[in-house]
Design a protein around this ligand. Structure first.
Ligand SMILES: [Zn+2]
Length: 165
């Protein structure tokens, strides 16, 4: 899983996933139980365990657990891919959806189209799509410079040699 700047990596703790929820914007417990909103009664959600001994990041695991979960704050659903073994503390979350993005604070007077493009770049980067994220960040930078009177932007390397236009 790629590292998201400023975001806590999802963890598998006590049978639940601890992660940032993009809907209620809290570090939340995602539990493998659904809830009846009328009665409040909780029911276990099915999970999928694929037993195949394998290595992941230098450690041995018995298999992969796909765990379907629900945010206890807002009821948003999620799914985690967990490298699983019987030693509870050693289980590792490789992937977790939903993906929460730690948004950079932008000045309030930034035009809406630039904010939208910037947020899309952050989302790309959060999924590890760094090339497309970088291209969008560059586009935002160029538009910002153009808006502020810089007609032509020349990129140079550390020696001052132009690298692109
Ligand atoms: Zn939530």
């Amino acid at each position: 899983m790629s590292t998201i700047i400023g975001m806590a990596e999802p963890k598998f703790v006590g049978g639940n996933i601890i992660a940032t929820c993009p809907d209620c914007n809290a570090v939340s417990s995602f539990v493998p139980r659904t809830v009846d909103t009328d009665s409040g009664k909780e029911t276990d959600i099915s999970s999928l365990f694929l037993h195949f001994p394998h290595s992941y990041q230098g450690a041995r695991y018995d298999g992969v657990l796909w765990l379907f979960v629900r945010c206890i704050n807002c009821n948003r659903g999620g799914v985690a891919k967990i490298h699983f073994q019987n030693h509870f503390l050693s289980n590792v979350v490789e992937e977790f959806l939903p993906h929460a993005v730690d948004h950079a604070k932008l000045p309030t007077d930034v035009p809406e189209d630039l904010v939208k493009e910037f947020r899309e770049a952050e989302l790309d980067a959060s999924f590890g799509a760094y090339r497309s994220g970088s291209a969008l960040f560059r586009s935002v930078l160029e538009k910002t410079l153009n808006t502020n009177g810089y007609e032509e932007v020349t990129y140079t390397d550390t020696q001052g040699v132009p690298t692109a236009t």
